[in-house]
Each structure stands twice: as structure tokens, then as C-alpha cells.
Write a protein that binds this ligand. Structure first.
Ligand code: RIB
Length: 298
């Protein structure tokens, strides 16, 4: 079974700061790193490192060649990564504070230049046995989801970053949502809710779909055909949370693809994301399957 990830590729400009810049403040940063990133790219790397056969589709500009190389090196098929000659690659400006937390400004660039024609050219090569993963950083997501549903592909949605565009997708065709608490509340239209109430509400709202809700240090929870399954988070010395969610998504999906029971897939995904936060960078911080299997619980 193959996974198609139709998703973003970003150049991440990663600035170390004491605290997130406040209104009217200018703050000097004494460390800038440039990394391969983008929720799409990160999830493809995680899927591949977890052992899945993954095809990445998306678009870069001429400045983004290293992103495609990075995907290839990680074992991802890149024949559907297009290069625009006149649009720059998407990028993210990431502030990483002294607690290891981050905040991100995203510029879409070539990620937002995906057309229906490009989508058709990719989608014609995939069929009902294949799985699709989508995030919310490229153009034409509703169309891509519609085409995948017509083919009977299994569709995973990570509605991140969450905004109104998510509601343009026919959410009834999504087979599995993988999302964090903030995204879950926005999808459910709730202001306040704990993990337990939220997952029940999402399950009621999308009874045909599986839901995987990540809750930071409170772990994660699944609701779907296999009932409700809770997973604790693993402790890690956090230096950078970038791509932790992407790592979780890729590892959970690969686990399910390999026929793992939900609990085992959640355990692998939680260990993988704990390892990811203990390293700097986005794609660079995503562990291999061997590292996840060798992870020692603190
Ligand atoms: O999820 C982390 C990613 O979000 C970063 O790599 C950045 O590119 C943004 O897309």
C-alpha cells in the first residue's frame, strides 16, 4: 500500500530568541539556522522513516531544490514534486524561545500555486488501495480530497494550521482526523472542553471517521472503530517542539498502514514525537524507526 502526501515544502528560518517578540519590540537573535520543513515535508519524512512507502506531491521554487533532495535522501518518492521557475518556495519564520517553545509566521509561496491541473496529473496515478494525507498549507485541498474520495482512497486530514479554509473541504469524506486540542475545538465549534469531552464531540460530529487527538503533555486519545484508546505522553528534554505533531502524524499513520493495533501505533507515535522535541529543527529532528524502537522510557 502506498501513501500519497499532497503537501507543503518550506524553508524554515529558525531564530533562537529569549522570548517571543512582543508588540513594538525589536529583539536581537544570536542564532539563525535554515532547515528543511513544512508540515507536508515533515510528515513525508516521518512516514518514510517509520517504514511506509510514501510519494510526496507539491511545489517548490528554484530556491527549494535542497528540500526535494532532503526528501529523496529520506527515501521519499519525489517524482510529483514540481519546481516553479518564478514563484519562490514557501517559508516559515520560526522563533524558538528559551523554554523550547516556538511560534511561526508562514509564507505560502509555491505551496499556494497548486492548481487543479497539477492535482489531476498527480491523482491519476493513485487508486483505491492507496492512502492520502493532507494538511492545510497548500492550495486546492478541497478539490484534491474530492478526487481522492471519488477514487475510494483512504483520506487522513491533519487540519493544521487551522483556519476557515478547512471548512471548504467536504469533511464527510475524511476517514481519519489527526489534530491537536486547538484544532479540535475549532472543528467542533467549542471554546472550552477537556480532551475526553472533545473527542466524544468530534466522534459524534464525524461518526464515520476515526479521530486522533493530541493533547501535549496529557498524551493523546483515539476514538473510532476500535473504541476509545488513551496514550500517555513520554517525557523528553524539550529543546524545540517544531515538527513534533508532524512526527506523531507520520508514525501513527505508518503504524496503521503496517496493521498495528491502535494502541501500538499511538505508542510508537508518542515515542517518536518525544524524540523529535529533544532535537532542534523540523525534518532534521524526526527519528528513525530504529531510534524509536530503542527509546528508553524515563
Ligand atoms: O509543523 C512544523 C512546520 O510548520 C514547520 O516545519 C514550518 O515549516 C511550518 O509549516
Amino acid at each position: 500500500m502506498r501513501v500519497l502526501n499532497f503537501g507543503s515544502l518550506n524553508i524554515d528560518y529558525f531564530y533562537k530568541v529569549d522570548h517571543f517578540v512582543q508588540k513594538g519590540e525589536t529583539q536581537a537573535s544570536d542564532m539563525l539556522n535554515v532547515y528543511a520543513g513544512g508540515k507536508g515535508l515533515n510528515q513525508s519524512v516521518a512516514l518514510s522513516r517509520a517504514g511506509a512507502e510514501v510519494y510526496h506531491a507539491g511545489m517548490i521554487g528554484v530556491d527549494g531544490t535542497f528540500l526535494k533532495e532532503m526528501l529523496k535522501d529520506a527515501g521519499v518518492n519525489t517524482e510529483y514534486v514540481e519546481k516553479s521557475q518564478n514563484i519562490r518556495t514557501g517559508h516559515a519564520i520560526i522563533q524558538n524561545d528559551s523554554m523550547g517553545d516556538n511560534c511561526i509566521i508562514l509564507y505560502g509561496g509555491a505551496n499556494q500555486a497548486i492548481t487543479r491541473e497539477i492535482a489531476d496529473n498527480v491523482m491519476k496515478n493513485f487508486n483505491s488501495g492507496d492512502w492520502l494525507i493532507l494538511q492545510n498549507e497548500i492550495s486546492e485541498i478541497p478539490y484534491i480530497a474530492e478526487k481522492a474520495a471519488e477514487k475510494g482512497m483512504k483520506i487522513f486530514l491533519n487540519p493544521s494550521p487551522m483556519n476557515d479554509k478547512i471548512f471548504e473541504i467536504n469533511l464527510d469524506c475524511i476517514d481519519c482526523f489527526i489534530l491537536n486540542e486547538g484544532e479540535g475545538k475549532a472543528l467542533a465549534g467549542l471554546q472550552q472542553s477537556d480532551g475526553d469531552a472533545l473527542i466524544k464531540q468530534l466522534r459524534e460530529q464525524f461518526p464515520h471517521a476515526e479521530i486522533v487527538l493530541t493533547l501535549g503533555e496529557n498524551g493523546s486519545v483515539y476514538a473510532g472503530k476500535d473504541g476509545i484508546v488513551w496514550q500517555d505522553a513520554y517525557r523528553a528534554d524539550a529543546v524545540d517542539t517544531t515538527a513534533a505533531g508532524d512526527t506523531f502524524t507520520g508514525y501513527f499513520m505508518a503504524g496503521r498502514l503496517h496493521g498495528m493495533p491502535v494502541k501500538e501505533a499511538l505508542t510508537m507515535a508518542s515515542k517518536a514525537s518525544a524524540l523529535a522535541v529533544s532535537k532542534k529543527g523540523a525534518a532534521l529532528s524526526i527519528p528513525t524507526r530504529k531510534e524509536v524502537l530503542e527509546f528508553e522510557v524515563k
